[in-house]
Design a protein around this ligand. Sequence first.
Ligand code: HPA
Length: 279
Amino acid sequence: MTTAAHQMQQLREAAAYIQQHAAAFQPDCGIILGTGLGALAREVQVQHTLSYADIPHFPLSTVESHAGRLLLGELGGRRVAVLQGRFHYYEGYDMAQVVFPVRVLKLLGIGQLLVSNAAGGLNPDFALSDLMLIDDHINLQPTNPLVGPNLDELGPRFPDMFEPYSHALLARAESAARQLGFADRVRRGVYASLPGPMLETPAEYRYLRTIGADAVGMSTVPEVIAARHMGLPVLAVSVITDLASPGHLKPVDIQHILAAAANAEPRLTALIKAVLQGR
Ligand code: HPA
């Protein structure tokens, strides 16, 4: 186990490298783009692009559908830092690595985090390519990023999880969806995070529904835990890429998941832009 001081030093070195190579750009909002949801990146007026491979101590994405770049620029009139590609526990990273980029963005000055992911829909009311605003989560990963020495400079030993997803940002996203005319495709619900990489068995999908989950995926919760530890307000959106409710269950493959994500992408992009603009 690495000490807190060592972890903080690595985070500072990564942040310092980014500042040096991005003319001291100061983002005010961090964005994590999930599986197949990279199109939002095309909307960013990019000022600086950094490859993860060049940033000290940054992990590298091993998943093909994740690009592995940090974009700094403007979106919706805000200064954003976009993580194009994230790290999953199933890739073999430890949780400190999974959340390393989010912690670096906090050191760069973000005051808010927006997260997207692809998820299986458990709620029988959900349709393919719906967007689900995550309003709570259930962590079923084998561990979490706060295990180990506490990084006191980032947050407390026992962070509160009363409001994991910002009520204000949820309200803003819902109002944006209404104004954009697709409120019927925007749901709210509980996201369960499992390690993967295999999808769930029928019995596991039933179990997840029984314990109160509306959607299931393999990411997001570690980053949200790290963000809440640092006091960052979070908005997280799942794109429902397959239906796992009874009667809908069928074999899924990554191509279908990517196609469903692509279908939802214009709506996700419009929603995130509108939230950034504060509509
Ligand atoms: N289960 C877990 N993760 C997922 C799913 C799913 O059904 N769909 C997309 N990511």
